[in-house]
Ligand binder design. Structure first.
Ligand SMILES: [Fe+2]
Length: 302
């Protein structure tokens, strides 16, 4: 009984055109709009990762998870046992699957779908001390456009981390990977260290969506390309402690972020991963520029 994939996230935004431009500059490509929503996907995948609906202000419209085959019916049974009622899709939401609300009121769609993985990149050829993998070839990247390979995770604000943790682990079968006290918690439903994370706040909100790219170069070049396109840097380049990934966050048009990541911790299904509870001051990053003052600010609070 568990969801096995984070399929997409959907936002309501006050200007879909601006949002579409942001995510296209970020490296996603358009699908034809339908159901009143802009649909964007990584170029090498067929399914969308980001949906943008029209709304008075930025907020999460819904999250979609995949649970294929027997897992789908088992998830429905688990939700029934947890006393979670099914509901109709929110206006414009995709048909199909199970629709429900989490304890914060976020709409969640569980769909009978598997995750779609991009084709593997060629191996990186990095020269490390004692390990030469690139001989007689120049190593600097040619002009690089950011090309996110896939959606990795979403971070949401919550007024009650433990209530969200209980719901997503017990009712949807996700696993706790790590946390930092009562400040932030990271959950997985794939081999990625995290696919969903929660940051404490006075209320719910959307903080960032994060996409995998092929190298540290591509993170930095993507961040540069976004700034050349007129978008503001958020935070980076750095390396996280929890999940270990390299990161760069770009400010989206609504005061939240989109993140490029590379080299996140990989946790196979049946391994002895021990979730740790990190001290808050050691949890965020190993190196990088200082955290912007407003990085953890939930602008959706009234
Ligand atoms: Fe992230």
């Amino acid at each position: 009984m568990a969801v096995r994939a984070l399929l997409h996230y959907a936002l309501e935004v006050p200007d879909q055109t601006v949002g579409e431009k942001f995510y296209r500059n970020f490296g996603l490509v358009d699908e034809p709009a339908r159901d009143g929503a802009v649909h964007l996907r990584p170029a090498r995948l067929e399914r969308e990762s980001v949906l943008l609906y029209a709304g008075p202000r930025k907020r999460l419209h819904h999250l979609a998870f995949g649970a294929a085959g027997d897992e789908f019916e088992a998830t429905r049974e688990s939700l029934r046992r947890a006393g979670v009622g099914e509901m109709d899709p929110p206006r414009g939401g995709p048909e199909g699957g199970i629709w429900l609300r989490d304890p914060d009121g976020n709409a969640v769609n569980v769909r009978a779908e598997t995750s779609e993985l991009p084709p593997p990149d060629p191996p990186l050829t990095l020269n490390a001390p004692g390990h030469i993998s690139r001989v007689a070839r120049r190593g600097y990247p040619e002009a690089m456009e950011p090309r996110p390979r896939r959606l990795g995770h979403v971070l949401l604000f919550t007024p009650d981390i433990d209530r969200q943790l209980a719901f997503y682990t017990q009712a949807l079968g996700m696993k706790l990977s790590d946390r930092a006290q009562r400040v932030v918690a990271f959950l997985r439903c794939t081999t990625d260290h995290h696919n969903l994370a929660f940051l404490t706040s006075a209320g719910p909100g959307f903080h960032h969506g994060s996409f995998e790219v092929g190298s540290v170069d591509e993170i930095a070049m993507g961040a540069l390309a976004m700034q050349r396109a007129g978008w503001q840097p958020g935070w980076g380049l750095g390396r996280h402690v929890i999940g270990s990934n390299f990161f760069f966050y770009i400010r989206d048009p609504w005061g939240s972020f989109a993140e490029y990541f590379h080299d996140i911790d990989y946790i196979p299904e049946d391994c002895a991963w021990q979730a740790r509870d990190f001290p808050e001051q050691d949890a965020l990053y190993k190196w990088g520029p200082p955290v912007p003052d407003d990085f953890g600010l939930n602008r959706e609070l009234a």
